[in-house]
Design a protein around this ligand. Structure first.
Ligand code: AKG
Ligand code: FE2
Length: 296
């Protein structure tokens, strides 16, 4: 038996969980949230005596992620949904776990004024000799190739102030809970011919764990003298109750004078850049960094 949910516009659904022992819990979920689909699938597959196909531990973030509600699928007795969600039951088809979590990003064009953009290009070209090759924590040369400049106070301040001002708008566009900012980091990178950054996330270590948002501001000299260098942002899926990268991704074109924001926990990569001239001035440049939350 397959759970075939009627396609719904994404909307808030009040969900009352009925658990063994008469326990109840009320949640508010989006109608297209994978977790809601899994809850309903649990009930439906049990009705079809296919429980083994859907045994799992639910771990549902509540209170804007400050707590988690955790219970085993066997404890779930029923669901009360408001508005009602009707499930069509199709006989003799194996249940399919649709647990892909779509990644979201925003891209804002014309981030700097043309005067600031022009000044930034001139600044970067004059600083070529201060750039150093990038490293990763594992020192693996086949993981990341690019050049980086860590100190550029004239422009880091400009970018960081702009991001701070836009923060409420970014949070609302990404549709994520707000958080208290502790710091906004920034670095300036140059990707030239053959450069890339393989799949990674930006908050996977103890030192980087408070990074919530990644931003990437793209800029280059016109006419554009490189191709490639797209940013791929991978969707996630839940496997053995851990978030892992799905095969699907969104492709972000590194448009001149645009800035991109996404969650630092998303897996992402920079595809290889082709820059036939190999001239530093023709590189794919970024000012990128991370918005950190305060420790809780
Ligand atoms: O250059 C980009 O598009 C992304 C860079 C990136 O992922 C990083 O520096 O962590
Ligand atoms: Fe990254």
């Amino acid at each position: 038996m397959q759970t075939d949910l009627q396609p719904l516009e994404s909307q808030d659904v009040k969900v009352q969980l009925l658990l063994v022992g008469g326990h109840q819990y009320t949640l508010y979920l989006k109608s297209d949230a994978p977790i809601l689909n899994s809850l309903i699938t649990t009930i439906v597959t049990r009705a079809a005596k296919q429980e083994s196909a859907s045994h799992c531990v639910f771990q549902i973030p509540i209170n804007e992620g400050r707590s988690a509600l955790c219970f085993s699928s066997e404890q779930l007795v029923g669901l009360v949904t408001e508005p009602p969600i009707w499930v069509q039951q199709v006989e003799n088809i194996q249940p399919v776990a649709t647990n892909i979590l779509n990644s979201h990003y925003i891209q804002i064009d014309n981030f700097l004024s043309s005067e600031e953009h022009e000044r930034l290009i001139k600044y970067v070209l004059a600083k070529e000799s201060a750039f150093t090759p990038t490293n990763t924590s594992t020192n693996d040369k086949n993981y990341r190739r690019s050049m980086v400049l860590y100190s550029f106070p004239e422009f880091s301040e400009l970018i960081v102030n702009k991001i701070q001002k836009m923060f409420p708008d970014i949070i609302s566009k990404l549709d994520i809970p707000s958080f208290n900012i502790s710091q906004i980091e920034s670095q300036l990178t140059a990707h030239n011919d053959g450069n890339f950054y393989k799949i990674h996330n930006d908050n996977g270590s103890k030192e980087t764990a408070t990074r919530e948002l990644t931003y990437v501001y793209y800029f280059y000299r016109e006419p554009k003298k490189f191709s490639g260098g797209e940013l791929l942002i991978y969707d996630s899926k839940v496997e053995n109750n851990f978030y892992v990268s799905a095969e699907s991704f969104k492709t972000v074109e590194p448009r001149n004078n645009s800035i991109v924001f996404f969650l630092s926990r998303y897996m992402h990569e920079v595809l290889r850049v082709n820059c036939p001239s190999k001239s530093f001035a023709d590189s794919r440049f970024t000012i990128n960094g991370w918005v950190r939350r305060t420790e809780v």
